[in-house]
Design a protein around this ligand. Structure first.
Ligand code: HEC
Ligand code: HEC
Length: 331
């Protein structure tokens, strides 16, 4: 097949990242028992589905919202899944979206916030402006900066309408009266004011402007990858202050935000996924099977189970088109 070096590389990489992302082990475990995954484990690559027609915007997965003709809440739910809000905002054994999930970082442990519509402990009394400001500027209703462990660095690229759709969906979930747990950070990271400086260096607020020289599907893929699914947040190396090294964006990280490494997903032939076709990548984003028949582990299993696996086939194809169009970076 001529792919032996790639497969060997994939396997080596798995050993490196295996088990590193402990908080997702449970999710990965359940996901691996899904019938579609089990059944296709030994299937040849030709079992990968044909690339869908671009016009197939409606979902092919039961329980997944279609993109057109839906209510605001359905649309919000779809984007909420794509953006993986639930995974970060739900603690193991905790109430859905009530926060408290620990996120380890070189600066200490962050605990996610309660984003249920509880008026006292959640975001039930937030205005539309409060919500849009949090996602697009990383600023709380009280005017404080958020830590970029909350990936508003990506969510800022969501359109205002899409942010408000997510808010509409969040308004329909069960309110939980659970106070937020304070972060447990090294002393110098405990202050929020230096985040203003951090943001001045690393953060640019604002939505993506469509690239007219590219196809509609490419632009859709760019939007989903950059604004919602925040692929680059995990797949890019960071500097000492935790900012993404833009020159190596998507080229993989030795330490991901959850402590494990992530592979280079630029289409570099040697060190990235340059040997993958768009079909292979879309298939991987659907059920997690790599071209060598191996399965995604760690944080990526969770991304697929909660996020990309719930998108429409057309949206997965759009993400694959975009990712494979990135400049190849050898890293
Ligand atoms: C990678 C993990 C992660 C993901 C994904 C994530 N968040 Fe968060 N979020 C956080 C963390 C950590 C904080 C706390 C930030 C702080 O205290 O500065 C936070 C804070 C928030 C807050 C502020 C709550 C408050 O009481 O001030 C809102 C609102 C929020 N997130 C909404 C969302 C939405 C909506 C999504 C999906 C579009 C999302 N988050 C996805 C980690 C995440
Ligand atoms: C929460 C962090 C996180 C996010 C967000 C994320 N990934 Fe990943 N990704 C990982 C990790 C960790 C791995 C390694 C998985 C493994 O060990 O099997 C991975 C593996 C991959 C691989 C396999 C590459 C290889 O060479 O084996 C691809 C392709 C990929 N991700 C694409 C994406 C795309 C596209 C997105 C956005 C839609 C995305 N990822 C979002 C963490 C993430």
């Amino acid at each position: 097949m001529g792919h032996a070096p790639l497969f060997a590389r994939l396997r080596r990489r798995r050993q490196r990242s295996g088990g590193a992302v402990a908080w997702l082990a449970l999710v990965a475990g359940t996901w691996l028992t899904l019938p579609s995954a089990a059944q296709d484990a030994d299937a040849p690559l030709s079992a990968a589905p044909e690339a869908p027609a671009v016009s197939t915007l409606a979902s092919d997965t039961p329980g997944t919202a279609a993109l057109t003709g839906d209510s605001l809440v359905d649309r919000g739910r779809y984007l909420f899944d794509a953006a993986l809000c639930a995974g970060c905002h739900t603690a193991e054994d905790g109430m859905a979206l009530a926060g408290g999930r620990p996120i380890e970082s070189p600066f200490g442990t962050f605990y996610t916030s309660n984003i249920t519509p509880d008026a006292d402990y959640g975001i039930g009394d937030w205005s539309d402006e409060d919500f849009v400001r949090a996602l697009s500027e990383g600023i709380s209703p009280a005017g404080k900066h958020y830590y970029p462990a909350f990936p508003y660095t990506s969510f800022t690229k969501l359109t205002r309408e899409d942010m408000l759709a997510i808010k509409a969906y969040l308004g329909t979930v069960e309110p939980v009266a659970q106070p937020n747990r304070p972060h447990d950070l090294v002393w110098f990271a405990g202050w929020r004011w230096p985040l203003g400086i951090w943001k001045a260096i690393y953060f640019e607020s604002g939505t993506l402007s469509p690239d007219a020289s590219r196809s509609e599907t490419w632009n859709r893929g760019a939007y989903l990858s950059e604004a919602a699914a925040h692929c680059a947040e995990c797949h890019s190396p960071r500097d000492l202050l935790g900012g993404i090294k833009q020159s190596e964006r998507y080229a993989g990280a030795d330490d991901g935000i959850e402590g494990g490494g992530t592979p280079n997903i630029t289409p570099d032939k040697e060190t990235g996924i340059g040997a993958w076709t768009a079909d292979m990548l879309a298939f991987y984003l659907e059920i997690g099977m790599e071209p060598d028949g191996d399965f995604a582990g760690g944080a990526m299993a969770h991304v697929i189970e909660q996020g990309t696996g719930r998108l429409s086939a057309a949206d997965r194809a759009a993400i694959a088109e975009y990712i494979l169009s990135l400049p190849p970076i050898s890293r």
